[in-house]
Design a protein around this ligand. Sequence first.
Ligand code: HEC
Length: 500
Amino acid sequence: MNRLLIALLPLLTTFADAADSGPKAGEPVSYWKHVRPILQAACHGCHQPAKAKGGFVMTDFAALLKGGEDDGAAVVSGNPAESSLLKNITPGSDGKAEMPKKADPLKAGEIELISRWIAEGAKNDTPANAVQRFTPERHPVYVQPPVINSLAWSPDGSLLAVAGFHEVLLYKGGGTVLAGRLIGLSERVTTVRFSPDGKLLAATGGLPGRMGEVQVWELASQKLRLSVPVTFDTVYGASWSPDSKLVAFGCASDKSLRAIDTETGTQVLFMASHDDWVLDTTFSTKGDHVMSVARDMTAKLTELATQRFVDNLTSITPGALKGGLTCIDRHPQRDEILVGGADGVPQIYRMVRLVQRRIGDNSNLIRKFPAMEGRLWSVHYSPDGKRVLAASSLDGKGAVNIYNAEFDTGLPDEIKGIFGKSSTDRNAQQNAAVEKYQTDGANLLHRIAVPTGIYTAQFSPDGKTIAAAGQDGLLRLINVEEGRIVKELLPVTLSPAGNP
Ligand code: HEC
């Protein structure tokens, strides 16, 4: 694919997403269908309750009309010329506009739509169930425990972040003491990940079917540094570059893998070779490559600097993988990835191909672990790389398995020195090694059954504890050595009355 096309792709997909980009002939402009998506993509990142630049909040309708600190009413119904919002987005003779700040002006057609909407009376047709209800001042109140899709330990183990409803909950003391509530725009939070330097927290999520978002929070102040709207559907699978500067993530709506700079919010990677939702990501040890897994059953390797898709790490032979891949983690010291998905089998692949791809081979596969029942939602290496965990769900039940991952993976002994042999011989020997490992029950150290689906599980930085959670909203702490649950906590306070 040529460079120009790569550069255009994000734009093309934006158009494809915003299918309903204008009213039909003779119909008025709709705020909900036509105006809001433009403001969401270009303005909400800097004008929302957790980050109200110029004192201007645009995610609440009344606040949108009212405007900010300096420029008076943003929207004067029926009067575009008096509306400061329109003044701010209209380019001057130099072609530049005040807003959106640090970005290109809106397109002429978009400005025209907003102007028409104001002229037609600036009506609010937001559906009642889509009104933004929660802000840093107005916390979500839980009537029932939230489904927990993601959790993470801070690098020093002092904080545990838990994805709640519309917020990220921060705990001290291994989940016992609430230390903060990070409330942003996303209703569903799909991943929470601390930066390796421990200063920032990235969260991915969105408003299903409407908006995807990457949030970057500064932990010292618990302030929202960045809210980057991406596509018009939920985004998944945040991961940090080793230098704590970039966050990669996967998109559902356009099946892309992306990364942003967390200082500026600028997109630094866009790769669209997956054929289905991209659900999880990880950086290579040097930070020069990103690996991603998707519902298309593949794990892909992408070079950051060139944004070039390099290789399929998993086999592309039909039937080699069953069902989509949902989760990925990189070995703490080596360029090897652990992946899991619908077939319940955690697998390790090497990032760099040692032998040329041949049709029908799966030569990057290093090990398979004994299978779990159901689908895998989370895989994780212990900090020393000697153990791995996988978490699953099946029909409302779940499990966390702890496996032995202590083996020589440079090149398995079994296939050393067989490069001269035919690929059939090589495959046969390698497959035998993988098979032997998988069927050796001794490699399953512990199986912890849980009476609910488990969607997320992570080793603590000292490797002694696993925090796990999922469908029933309880946080479970597992003693790794003993392989048993030692504590169960409800991470939120329930209030039967709900939000006032
Ligand atoms: C990167 C952050 C950023 C983005 C994106 C952004 N703004 Fe702003 N906006 C600001 C800042 C900062 C101010 C405060 C005034 C200033 O610094 O110019 C502001 C001020 C404003 C004001 C004046 C508020 C007042 O009364 O003082 C309006 C109106 C406004 N923005 C509209 C928009 C619109 C409309 C968009 C989207 C098309 C947008 N902004 C996108 C950062 C941003």
